[in-house]
Design a protein around this ligand. Sequence first.
Ligand code: ZN
Length: 203
Amino acid sequence: MNLETKREAKLEIVQVGEPVLRQIARPLRADEIQSPEIQRTIAAMLETLRLAPGVGLAAPQIGLGLRLAIIEDRAEYQSSWSAEQLRARGRAPVDSHVIINPELEVLDSNTQANFFEGCLSVAGYTAVVPRSTRVRVRYLDQRGDKQQVEAHGWYARILQHEIDHLNGTLFIDHMKPRTFMSVKNYLDRWRNAEDEAHRIFGS
Ligand code: ZN
């Protein structure tokens, strides 16, 4: 028997309607972060995120009310978007990293960007969500060391979305309701006609 090669199973991503998605998650203690249990959870979350695939996954989405999330925006996820779409969103690859007990500071409270976003816990749907374009986040990494990042564009959006999860908030709480639509309709009809979508759906 070789347990070393046993891989973590893909975790179930819970869907909207599950109470944990609406609860305030609790901070991790310093001694918990380095525990085998939390380290295994982080590894399993990264595998789950890549299989989904997605660019962010927060612990409440796998049923754990902990202030922990993982972020990774791989270059391969961006290949189906035009250079103009990536530029407009300020989207560039982000290496995988863990944020624990994050504190968010908005750096541009006067400007917001309006783009469609989705969530692995609201599977199959998307909507326009106004988000700040520049944020600073202080957090602990998976070793428990203090880190700070200043992010803009899409990375700033991902950070806001994931930190919202730790406070029981989903994108549907911030969305422009008339833009709510299926991902299929978005990809088939509006992804390359976003200006028209904003006009028709009144965002
Ligand atoms: Zn989400």
